[in-house]
Design a protein around this ligand. Structure first.
Ligand code: NAP
Length: 326
C-alpha cells in the first residue's frame, strides 16, 4: 500500500509542544524506549513522556552523561547502547528481552549529523550505520517485546532527506565522501524504514511512522562551525536562531504526537511534520519541509529493508536472508 501524504488538520502545528500534544493523555503503565533520550530533542521527548506517566528506557552510548542529564526525571532508566556497534545492540536487546517486559513505544531519535568521514563495523559509513542500520537492528532484535495490544515505532528523520535518495550504487561512500549527503541518505533511510516496518508489522499490531521534528539548535550541530551555521541561514551573527526555528519542546512534539495520536491509527508508514502528516514537498526549502517522493516510496522501502537485512544479518519481520540469525 502506498502511504498517503496529506495533512489531516489535527489542531496542532509548528508551535505545539510535546506537552501540548500529550495534554489529557495518560501514559501510566506504558513503557517507552527513546534512543538519544538524554540530549536535545530526545531529552525533551523523555521528559514529556514521563510527565504523562510513561516509564522511559534511555539507551546511551555515554551512560554517565545520560544519568546526569536525566537526574531528577522520574521513571527513567539508562542502559548502555552504541548504535554504531551491532554487538552492543545485541547485548542491549538481549538484556531487555531477559526482563520479559513489553514495549509500547520506541522513538528512534539518536543520530549524528555532518561528521567527518568515519567508518564503523566492517567499514560502514557512520551516518548510515548509526542513524539507520543501528536502529534497524535494534527494532528487529526487540521484536519479541512489542506489546501485543499494539505498539508504535517512530523514526526521527529530517527534511535533510531532500538532499539524497538512497545511494544504491554506493551507500557507504566508497567513491568519495560528502558529509551532507551522508546525513541526507541516512534520513531518507529513516523514513523508508518506517514505511516498510509498518507494512511488515501492521498485521501484528505494530505501526511505524517517520517524523521531521523541525529545525532546532541542539548538540546535533556540533560538527558545523558557527560561520557555516550563519552561512546556512540557521543563526544570525549573534547566535540567535532564525525565524522558523523551533524550541526543543516544539521539536519534540511531532515524535510524541506520532507515538500517541489515535488520528494516525489508519495512516501507518506516514511521514509527519508539525504534528500532522506532511504534505508532499513542493519546494527544496528544508525549513518549509514536506516529504520528497523517494522517502516514502514503498518499493524503495522494500529494497532498503532487504539491503539492511543482508548487511546486519537480521530480519525478524520479513523473509529476508537474516531471518534465522535473530
Ligand atoms: N536538531 C534539528 O534541527 C533536527 C532537525 C531534523 C532532524 N533531527 C533529528 O533529530 C534527532 C535528534 O537530534 P538532536 O537535535 O536532539 O541531536 P542531539 O542533541 O545531538 O542528540 C542526538 C543523540 O543521539 C545520540 N547518539 C549519537 N550517536 C549514537 C550512537 N552511536 N549510539 C547511541 N546514541 C547515539 C547522542 O548521544 P551522545 O550525546 O552521547 O553523542 C545524542 O544523545 C536526530 O536523529 C536528528 O537527525 C534534528
Amino acid at each position: 500500500m502506498t502511504t498517503k501524504q496529506h495533512r489531516l488538520g489535527t489542531g496542532f502545528g509548528a508551535h505545539s509542544t510535546a506537552d501540548d500534544v500529550l495534554a489529557g493523555i495518560d501514559l501510566s503503565g506504558r513503557t517507552a524506549l527513546v534512543t538519544g533520550g538524554y540530549s536535545g530533542l530526545g531529552l525533551e521527548t523523555t521528559r514529556a513522556l514521563t510527565r504523562a506517566g510513561a516509564h522511559v528506557i534511555v539507551p546511551a552510548r555515554r551512560p554517565a552523561t545520560a544519568e546526569e542529564a536525566l537526574r531528577g526525571v522520574p521513571r527513567t532508566e539508562v542502559r548502555e547502547l552504541d548504535l554504531a556497534d551491532l554487538e552492543s545492540v545485541r547485548d542491549f536487546a538481549d538484556r531487555f528481552l531477559d526482563t520479559g517486559r513489553a514495549l509500547d513505544t520506541v522513538i528512534n531519535g539518536a543520530g549524528v549529523m555532518a561528521c567527518p568521514e568515519t567508518r564503523v563495523g566492517p567499514g560502514w559509513e557512520a551516518h548510515f550505520a548509526t542513524n539507520h542500520l543501528g536502529h534497524f537492528a535494534l527494532v528487529n532484535r526487540l521484536r519479541p517485546a512489542f506489546a501485543p495490544a499494539g505498539a508504535r515505532v517512530v523514526s526521527v528523520a529530517s527534511s535533510g532527506h531532500f538532499l539524497s535518495d538512497i545511494r544504491w550504487h554506493d551507500p557507504h561512500f566508497r567513491d568519495g565522501y560528502d558529509r551532507w549527503l551522508a546525513y541526507a541518505q541516512s534520513k531518507t533511510a529513516n523514513a523508508l524504514f518506517a514505511v516498510r516496518l509498518d507494512a511488515l508489522g501492521a498485521g501484528s499490531g505494530l505501526r511505524a511512522f517517520a517524523v521531521h521534528p523541525g529545525s532546532i539548535l541542539t548538540p546535533l550541530q556540533r560538527h558545523v562551525p558557527r560561520d557555516q551555521q550563519i552561512a546556512q541561514g540557521w543563526i544570525t551573527p549573534d547566535g540567535t536562531p532564525v525565524a522558523g526555528f523551533k524550541t526543543p519542546a516544539q521539536g519534540a512534539a511531532t515524535a510524541v504526537w506520532a507515538a500517541t495520536s489515535p488520528l494516525l491509527d489508519r495512516h501507518g508508514g506516514a511521514y509527519c511534520q508539525d504534528c500532522d502528516i506532511a504534505a508532499p514537498a513542493d519546494t527544496d526549502d528544508m525549513l518549509i519541509g514536506g516529504v520528497k517522493p523517494w522517502a516514502v516510496d514503498p518499493d524503495a522501502a522494500s529494497r532498503l529493508w532487504e539491503l539492511s537485512a543482508e548487511l546486519t544479518g537480521l530480519d525478524s519481520f520479513g523473509q529476508g536472508p537474516g531471518k534465522a540469525a535473530v
